[in-house]
Design a protein around this ligand. Structure first.
Ligand SMILES: NC(=O)c1ccc[n+]([C@@H]2O[C@H](COP(=O)([O-])OP(=O)(O)OC[C@H]3O[C@@H](n4cnc5c(N)ncnc54)[C@H](O)[C@@H]3O)[C@@H](O)[C@H]2O)c1
Length: 329
């Protein structure tokens, strides 16, 4: 049966990949609500903008009047909330937009879901809500790991998760949450590690790594994340939390060396003072979603990283236009 879905933050990195994924694989109507902050880019969606079952609406998820008006006009069958402020460094510089969008915005969407009786709400969250596994453990985050965020971005995302849980428990809205590890792939704003270092490597500029570069992240190809979200949206019971990850742990230094190798760049690695509250290791146990929903990643890092690098090398204008928005440094 065809559905009408609200995707928020659909002009960003994962959201735009998700909009493409849905329009390719389902016969659904998609309304994309995005504020178009520096991270939102309609060029990511050029190829779908004329489709009759796709509509873009510019607006703020934290603007209650605007959101309620949208929900009263469109009868959504589901909401998938990607919209967020997402860059940890920015959250340390100025946490206000993170509180506003990630917490207040989620609250507004939950209230609209409740008032207009939308049958499904999905919150796209992050493994950063679990805090730090540290250098010396071989543990993994499970869905039962206590929430222990360390930076303002992670704290705001955790707060949103708690709102979602309580709106499900208190008001009975049908809500689910997914917590994914670091994503890589096309359309990621070039301030995040992989596209930022690619952008600098293309220009033979220094690659500055925080601390000793040995912080570990678990990397997942963005399309695998999109498939997992769609699977959860269609198949999860209400009130469930799902970890998503690929058992693909790499240090930031390893990622940097791979970028240098694939681009034949003359860039030098420079180690700089560590980021405040820089978690050492994140690693996801995704066995629940594999066991209960049959999701496993389809892309290996060895094949998808070169594809990703090739995409950025073939889309230098896109990269330059993004960097121009934030001053190109
Ligand atoms: N990138 C990752 O590795 C990763 C990993 C796990 C989870 N996540 C989560 O996935 C989601 C998407 O992440 P991303 O990397 O694609 O982010 P992004 O920064 O690339 O995109 C965010 C999008 O949200 C929009 N937006 C921001 N504030 C808004 C507001 N107030 N109203 C409406 N739209 C607004 C922006 O314009 C942008 O299009 C986020 O919720 C993030 O926490 C990201």
């Amino acid at each position: 049966m065809t559905k009408k879905i609200l995707v928020t933050g659909g002009a960003g990195f994962i959201g735009s990949n998700f909009v493409h994924h849905i329009l390719k694989n389902r016969d659904w109507e998609v309304v994309n609500l995005d504020l178009l902050t520096y991270a939102g880019n309609l060029a990511n969606l050029k190829d779908v903008e004329g489709l009759p079952n796709y509509k873009f609406v510019q607006g703020d998820i934290a603007d209650k009047e605007f959101v309620f008006d949208l929900f009263s006009r469109e009868k959504f069958d589901g909401v998938i909330n990607f919209a967020a402020e997402t860059h940890v460094d920015r959250s340390i510089e100025d946490s206000s937009p993170f509180i506003q969008t990630n917490i207040v915005g989620t609250h507004v969407l939950l209230e609209a879901t409740r008032k207009f009786e939308v049958p499904r709400y999905h919150q796209v969250s992050t493994d950063e809500v679990y805090g730090d596994l540290g250098d010396n453990s071989r543990d993994f985050f499970t869905e039962e790991t206590p929430l222990a965020p360390n930076c303002p971005y992670a704290a705001a995302k955790t707060s949103a998760d708690l709102l979602v849980k309580s709106w499900h428990e208190t008001y009975g809205i049908f809500a689910t949450i997914s917590r994914c590890s670091n994503n890589y792939g096309p359309y990621q704003f070039p301030e995040k590690l992989i596209p930022f270092f690619l952008f600098r490597a293309m220009k033979n500029e220094d690659l500055t790594l925080y601390g000793d570069g040995k912080n570990i992240r678990d990397w997942l190809y963005v399309l695998d994340h999109c498939e997992a979200i769609l699977n959860i949206f269609e198949n999860s019971p209400a009130g469930e939390v799902w970890n998503i990850g690929g058992h693909n742990e790499k240090t930031n230094l390893e990622i940097t060396n791979l970028i240098l190798k694939h681009t034949n760049s003359k860039s030098q690695i420079k180690f700089i003072e560590d980021r405040k509250a820089h978690d050492r290791r994140y690693a996801i146990d995704a066995s629940k979603i594999s066991r209960e929903l049959g999701w496993t990643p389809k892309h290996t890092f060895e094949e998808a990283l070169p594809l990703t690098i090739e995409w950025y090398l073939n889309n230098k204008d896109w990269v330059e236009s993004c960097r121009a928005k934030v001053g190109n440094s």
